[in-house]
Every structure is written in C-alpha cells, then in structure tokens.
Design a protein around this ligand. Sequence first.
Ligand code: ADP
Ligand code: ZN
Length: 517
Amino acid sequence: METTAQHPIQDLLKTHFGYETFLPNQEEIIKNVFDQKDTIAIMPTGGGKSLCFQLPALALEGTTMVISPLIALMKDQVDALKANGISAEFFNSSQPYEEQQQVLKNLQNGDLKLLYVAPESLPQLNFILNSIKVSLFAVDEAHCISSWGHDFRPAYTQLKSLKEQFPNVPLIALTATADRATREDIATQLSIPEAKTFIASFDRPNLYLDVRPGQNRNKQILDFLKNHSDESGIIYCLSRKSTEKLAATLKTKGYKAEAYHAGLTSEERNTVQDNFLNDRTPIIVATIAFGMGIDKSNVRWVIHYNMPKNIDGYYQEIGRSGRDGLPAHTILFYSFADVIMLRKFAEGSETETYQLAKLERMQQFAEALSCRRKALLGYFGEHITEDCGNCDICKTPPKYFDGTLIAQKVCSAVARLQEQEALGMVLDVLRGSQNAQVYDKGYQKIKTFGAAKDISWRDLQQYVIQLLNQGVLQIYFHENGRLLLTPLAKKVLFEGKKVRLANIIKEVEKVKTERAP
Ligand code: ADP
Ligand code: ZN
C-alpha cells in the first residue's frame, strides 16, 4: 500500500509514539489492518492494544472511528494523542452541544485522523460517515458485544450493522477477554467471520502467584508487609466496609494506607488515586472499582483479601502489579465463605448459570494442585507444557502419582462425546452410570462407558478438575459449560504425554492434620 511505503510502520512507531520496537503481535496486527483485512486482536491489559489502531490511523487515508464504551477514559486518550501531534477528538453525550458541533464539523471536513465515539452516539454520525472517507473501524472492548460476556453493553448491539453499512472499511475488534466462546461471539456479532484472530500471550512471568487459605488474613497480611514495607501495593476486598476496616487496621499498625471504593466522592477518589500514583500512599485497600486505567509501573504486590468472582477479574487485578517487569508478589486468600457470598451475588442474575460456572472455575483454580500459571493461562486458551517455578504449588508441590491412564480415559470420553457434554455427564459416562440422561442419549453404547468405574465419583471429579487446571481440558462457558479438548489433550491421547495427578482428598486431610494444634 502506498501510504505504508511512504511511512514504513517502524518509522511511524518511532516518530509518533517514541517506541523502538513493537510489543508482541502489534506488528502482525497492524500489517493485517494495512492489508484491509478484518482483525480480532486479543491482548492482555497493558499489551498495547491502542497502538494497533492508532498507528494505522495515521498512515491510512481518511478517519479512523474508535468505538469505546469508556467515556471517562476517552478524554485522556485523545489528550495523549494530541500531545503526540495527532489530530484526534471524541464525541459522546457528556460533551456540551457547541463542542459536539465543532467535532462534527472537523469530521465532515476530514480534519481528524481519529474520532473516539461511544456506541450510543454512533447513529448521530451516520449521515456524515456516509459522506467521508472512513479508514478503519476500531471496536475497543469488543467483548461488550457478547451478551454472554461479563460486561455486556446493549448499545454495542448497534455495531452489528457496521459491516453491512460499510462493507469496504476494515474493522478491528480489540479485547482482553480471550475465552474461545467470547472470541467466536465477537466474530459472529460483528459479522466478520473471516477475521484473522491474533492472541498475544497472557503470561506475566514476573508475577509470583500465591494462593493461601483465608484463615487469619489480617495477621498474614501484617506478616507479609513486614518484609515489604517500602513497596507499593493494592489489597482488593469485596465490600466497601471491609476496605475501610482493613485500611484503619493497617494505619493503627503504622502503615500508610487508604481505602478506595465507589462510595467516596469523585474528589476523594481522585485524591486517593493521586496519592497512590505519586507514592505518597503506598498501600491502597480497595474494591474492584480501583485500578481501571491506572498505569503505575512499580506496584510490587497485589493481595486479594477475598476471592474474585472469576478468573478474568483475578487476572486483571494481579496484572496491575509488576508492569515494569520486575518481580511482584500476588496473594489470593481463599475461603469457602467467600464462595458462598459470591454465589449469592450471582443468583437471580440474567446470566446466573454463566456467572456460577465462572465462579466455580475460579474456585477450582484456588484449589489447584498443579502449577497455578498453567491453570491461569489454560483458562485463557494458552497451553504451556512446563511448570512455571514461580508459584506456590511449584514451590511446594503435593505428592503426585502417574495419572496418565486416567487422563487418557477422560480425554477419550470427552472426544467420544464430541466435546458436547459438561463435567457431570462426562463423569457419568466414565463411571458407567445407569441413569436416564445417559440412556436417552445412547451414551451407554460408547466405548469409554464405564472405563473408570473403579474410581469413586468424587475422586474422578477431582481428577477431571485437575486436568482442567493443567490445561488438558477446557470449559466452553456458554452452552452449559461443555468440556473441550486442548492441544495438550491431543498429546495425552496420541503422543503418550505423561500426566501427574494428586489425590486431593489425601492432600486436604494432610493440610488439616498439619494445621491441627
Ligand atoms: P491496552 O489497551 O492493551 O491495555 P495500551 O494500549 O494502553 O494497552 O498500552 C499499554 C502501555 O504500553 C501504554 O503505556 C503504551 O504507551 C505502552 N506501549 C504500547 N505500545 C508500545 C511499544 N511498542 N513499546 C513500548 N510501549 C508500548
Ligand atoms: Zn507454577
């Protein structure tokens, strides 16, 4: 393409953004966009998604339309672009009328390289968009279009017709939500079935992953802080009240800590946030309202006082530490009381089944008996074969036995069930259960029926969960959470890959006896 020849993307990267090299996948994504192809870009938070449309916007002829649900962050992004000498504006309902009119005029005159717009406001621009050259549509936070997702925005459904209206304008959808179902839903909803999907690695090897039983959390936190007294960190709590209580406790022990939650005035919140960013208050005790859009590189630790409601949230929150690439410590306190409370929150919601399935997966992660990083990355569809060496389990592993045969049986059953069934049915088939659901579907006839009848239901269930945590299996969260085989499963089935399992019941008993006074 002519424009790229004039401005090799490497030059643009340097002159307009001041970077020497691309982050993983950025270059490939940008090239795909230059080829006028539709793109789905999946990158973890901080992975550098913005550049994937900002750089093409500069080089392509016309205006790039950026659709973003985060009105609060639009101004910051536009200001940053302007500071780099790039003509950009935003258009949303929070703007005064005159300002809106000025933006429309600039758009009409072709003066803008980028226009950020809220999905609700897009219809207002329709008329102009049909009369100007649009170089690219960038749909940021694209998971918001999936009604399955954790962040569904009804206004995003309007984007369904974009491709129909502008068939010749390339579209890039960006998100940090990587599960396969959401990915597929994005392609369907945006009518870009042919889009090339790029998935950047979600691994953050410098984060130490630590999961601990939730007993005596306060004492455990105080002990931890003794060795981390000068460092910046965030403690996430479930309720506003507990943020204040814990912040007060820390203060009485001489730590500089402040609470942050949505119940504070915006002025108070800004002050707390500023104090944190400028290292005046090193410790923030917050609800998950804290952190969105915060780019502080030297957060050295994140503690989850309560278990998050899903792995997506957990990953986002621990990801706020160690952005500078230096070692950072994360601790998740796990208690069954939290699980009960989180279940109550999910109940009655429209997406209850989905939310409960995600919660259950979070709980399984917390109970994992194999490398945490394997489990975490497996959840995002990334399957590593080696243990990480930088998590609590790698540091003190349980006793394993050779579970290869069991794993083969389980994988084989999942395969013979065409990856259509959820955990319960897979267990029933493996154990040869004589129940109506099994017979209705004719599963008593498949080869693996009863292949694991010598193992108790409870043990077998635990083994399958361990296979999930090891990334051998994966859950398709939509459609009742059916089990899928991953590339590792194929290695187990066909290449003799060895699998280690632990006997969870024995492990739990061991922990109990260790703790007994
Ligand atoms: P995301 O939207 O994926 O969370 P951003 O686009 O906000 O990520 O980028 C995260 C950070 O990485 C920003 O501070 C951005 O300036 C920086 N960044 C983006 N691309 C590069 C690059 N090629 N080299 C270095 N830093 C980059
Ligand atoms: Zn590990």
